[in-house]
Design a protein around this ligand. Sequence first.
Ligand SMILES: Nc1ncnc2c1ncn2[C@@H]1O[C@H](COP(=O)(O)OP(=O)(O)OP(=O)(O)O)[C@@H](O)[C@H]1O
Length: 448
Amino acid sequence: MAQAIIELQGVGKTFRSADGHVRPVLDAVDFSLREGEIVALLGPSGSGKSTLLRIMAGLIAADRGRVQYRGQPLHGTARAISMVFQSFALFPWLTVQQNVELGLEARGMGKTEREAKAEAAIELIGLSGYEGALPRELSGGMRQRVGIARALVTEPEVLLMDEAFSALDVLTGERLREDILELWQGGTMPTKAMLVVSHNIEEAVLMADRILVFASDPGRIRCQLAIQLPRPRHPDSAEVRALIDEVYALMTAGAGRPVRAGSEAAGAVSGEAARPASVTERLPQADVARMDGLLELLAAPPFRGRADLPQLAAASELTDAQMLPVAHALAQLGLAHLESGDLQVSALGQRYVDGGHALRQELFGQQVLDRVPLIAHIRHSLEQDAGGQLPDRPFLRLLSEQLGPVEADAVLNTAISWARHGEVFEYDFHTRLLRLPTGETEAKDEAV
Ligand SMILES: Nc1ncnc2c1ncn2[C@@H]1O[C@H](COP(=O)(O)OP(=O)(O)OP(=O)(O)O)[C@@H](O)[C@H]1O
């Protein structure tokens, strides 16, 4: 087995939120990035992938466990490890050449050597002639090339890419990815290993020798898949399609079966036991219109109730990052089943698709109450309240303790949109009050 360049053992990380609550974000991560390999990291939003990358880059420290670079503990950033960010992170007032040189200045390298190295990196990444341009004069794809040139100019052994292609349009992202793979294959870059965080399953399968699938709360490695196909890989080849199917299956395994306190663990991969669902569980960020749209598409020809997820993604024109949460949401609500990388309409889902507005609303309402503990908790709290209305703040605070403020906001918004669709409760966006549906508050008032 090739030598490990970066090695993580039992790595854990917690973040403290503004209100002082400590939240675990990574737990017991064991992983080695070895010489000669490209590893892709896939996983749900907020599962700690970027945090792991930042720890490996030495930008932040782990709270627990060991991080080693070439057998030595990693303290702070190492010059042999470079990171490429999704947001390009260029200085707008500096030229391409100056942006690329920045990484070298910190090392006290002389001007002539710095210029020569920056020019070489700029040429390598295909930006010759643009040395004097400012970032705003470049397209998104070219800006990201500058970001990559800046990462490569220090001749790093390890390149960590955090969704480096996802801010680009599809074709530009593909071209840049292909160029990087060509440089990698041709041995023209000094890099000996790459770790690529992605939300795009096809991208992961086309690039990686190994795919790690992350699970969330706290973030940990759920399973791994080795890929032995030679590169370049063709996206339409049977082998690549089969692997894409397999990764979809890994990423959706165990989803959708109701996991309540005391129930059997949902079928998770790699022997991982699923935990009981709780009020503060993360919800897939799926809006109701998309859920309806995907379910209708799935029920209609040519799929007629069952579809391979990659095919469904293509037909729905959604990216993986958009479609997977919708598929998970449908499965969580029992409107569909996720099985071996396929999505299948359930009997209830078929009733839902065939139903009119009122029936859809009723079924949706029943399902969210039954399968989303947060919605059931809010509904129950509203029923306990004499006026049938409550501010959103206590619920946000509760979620925030577990998920942090940003995720808490997203989860509450999802719960509100689902609950409103199912007429379980209402929400006033101006007063930020949650309340029982209008008809029900009136009935409650009369009863009082
Ligand atoms: N500096 C920080 N302070 C507090 N919480 C943080 C900090 N950085 C990240 N988090 C939280 O840690 C969790 C994991 O975040 P991270 O960005 O690592 O996830 P991710 O898997 O990369 O997500 P995405 O795929 O959406 O980029 C999130 O809930 C995030 O809000």
